[in-house]
Design a protein around this ligand. Structure first.
Ligand SMILES: Cc1cc2nc3c(=O)[nH]c(=O)nc-3n(C[C@H](O)[C@H](O)[C@H](O)COP(=O)(O)OP(=O)(O)OC[C@H]3O[C@@H](n4cnc5c(N)ncnc54)[C@H](O)[C@@H]3O)c2cc1C
Length: 422
């Protein structure tokens, strides 16, 4: 493995174990911060020409995600943006409550935030730590040698390092460079739409103290009041058995999607009222909500995957970004403690695979339910209250996911052969 003087045609040079991190979304920047903490030299390469600040809707960072961000010194900062997640209320779509999940008292509350706010914090921290981000660098290929790996970008430039991390999302190029037969992301049968409304919810919901999920008559609806009382954030997961062409979805325009949402939720409360006052200009569409099937190879040679490229559990889990940052931190910990990168990658996979695949399997069940027809919806309404009072208690369902913490100071042991064989 080369230890100094790695060079590239894009003008960057490095010393030490230089890691090319492909993807500047969420997993990429956090991997870079964690690698730096572990004593390695990361450089981030992002396909887009400019930062994603200002785009991307709203999402939740769960307590386990905040815990992983705390390892790279971002727990407090990210824990201070957006608004805290209150109890989750499951509704019947008519305004009636089926069940309520309070968070676990001994854990910090998750945070609801604009994705752009998180990007901003990550980019600022990369700059403060002196970690270079190279924009407009779309990875198209690699050449691996005995001493290092060279990344080729669409603009004709190259960069060489010791290792390459694929943090390039569900459509990952690195995944197919590792294994040309790797599975692609799978469509869930759902299309996502979301935005803001000036409708003010009554009571605690209007103060942003609870988050609501309703299995409506024709589509799933999620909403919560904005903490400043100015209105409501909402999203709809629309069953769409055959995926639509993303260009077609965007070409229809936000006003048309708002019209369709109003039609789909015409019999649902409070969705109907929220959508009546929704602002089309605030809307985002996600033409294909996707899930990653189990990926047989997480690493090969000097390449390894992190985040959505290897374990996108679908938006139904509310865990994609939180798992991505957990994996970023674990990968760095493994590379810190196991100097042989093959052993480090194997240990990383052994630590992460069981957890992320269990969460993805649970989210897939929720997706199936969301995509089901009227009969499935009716069954859900009947079964949900009983299930949530019995086997789906917060202690059983939330604790293993939200209570998970990474002990950064603990040394990583090499994985046993049975686990590394995958
Ligand atoms: C509608 C919706 C709602 C969601 N809600 C939640 C939620 O509430 N909570 C939650 O935790 N998660 C949620 N998620 C999931 C979450 O957004 C993802 O899990 C998270 O963004 C994964 O981060 P990532 O960095 O792995 O991938 P991404 O954020 O997709 O970043 C990948 C980056 O790689 C870049 N890239 C791609 N190809 C290349 C290439 N060849 N060369 C260089 N760069 C490349 C891309 O431009 C992008 O910037 C939601 C997702 C959707 C779609």
């Amino acid at each position: 493995m080369s230890t100094n003087g790695t060079t590239s045609t894009d003008g960057t040079t490095g010393t030490g174990r230089r890691v090319l991190v492909v993807g500047g979304g969420i997993a990429g920047p956090v991997t870079a911060l964690a690698l730096r903490k572990a004593g390695l030299e990361p450089v981030v390469f992002e396909a887009y020409r400019t930062s994603a600040e200002g785009i991307g809707g709203t999402f939740m960072i769960a307590p386990n995600g905040l815990g992983a961000l705390a390892v790279v010194g971002l727990g407090e900062e990210v824990g201070g943006i957006g608004q805290p997640v209150g109890p989750m209320v499951i509704e019947d779509g008519k305004g009636g409550v089926l069940a309520e999940f309070a968070g676990l008292d001994d854990l910090p509350r998750g945070r609801l935030m604009r994705r752009a706010e998180l990007y901003e914090v990550l980019q600022r921290r990369l700059a403060e730590d002196g970690i270079e981000v190279r924009w407009g660098k779309r990875l198209v290929g690699v050449e691996e040698g005995a001493d290092g790996i060279t990344a080729r970008f669409a603009d004709g430039t190259t960069a060489t390092g010791d290792l390459l991390v694929g943090a390039d999302g569900t459509g990952s190029t690195v995944r197919t460079l590792i294994d040309p037969a790797a599975p692609a992301a799978r469509y869930t049968g759902l299309l996502g739409v979301g935005g803001y409304s000036s409708y003010r919810l009554p009571g605690r919901a209007g103060r942003g103290e609870s988050v609501h999920f309703a299995n409506g008559a024709r589509a799933f609806f999620g909403y919560w009041g904005l903490a400043d009382g100015s209105g409501t954030a909402w999203f709809s997961n629309i069953p769409q058995p055959e995926p639509l062409d993303p260009e077609e979805v965007r070409a229809l325009g936000a006003a048309e999607w708002l019209r369709r949402c109003r039609e789909l939720h015409a019999d649902d409360l409070p969705a109907r009222e929220v959508l009546r006052m929704a602002d089309a200009r605030s809307m985002e569409t996600f033409p294909r909500l996707e899930i990653m099937p189990s990926v047989p190879r997480w690493h090969r040679g000097r390449m390894v995957l992190v985040g959505d490229s290897v374990h996108a559990p679908s938006n139904s889990s509310g865990q994609g970004a939180s798992l991505a940052v957990e994996s970023a931190v674990e990968l760095a910990r493994c590379l810190r403690d196991l100097p042989d990168h093959t052993a480090a990658f194997a240990a990383y996979e052994a630590l992460r695979r069981p957890r992320v695949e269990k969460i993805a399997a649970d989210a897939a069940r929720t997706n199936n339910q969301k995509a089901s027809g009227p009969v499935g919806r009716m069954v859900f309404r009947l079964v949900a209250p009983i299930a949530m009072r019995t086997f789906m208690s917060p202690e059983r369902t939330l604790r293993p996911v939200h209570g998970y913490r990474i002990d950064w100071d603990r040394r990583v042991a090499p994985a046993g052969p049975a686990v590394t064989a995958a």
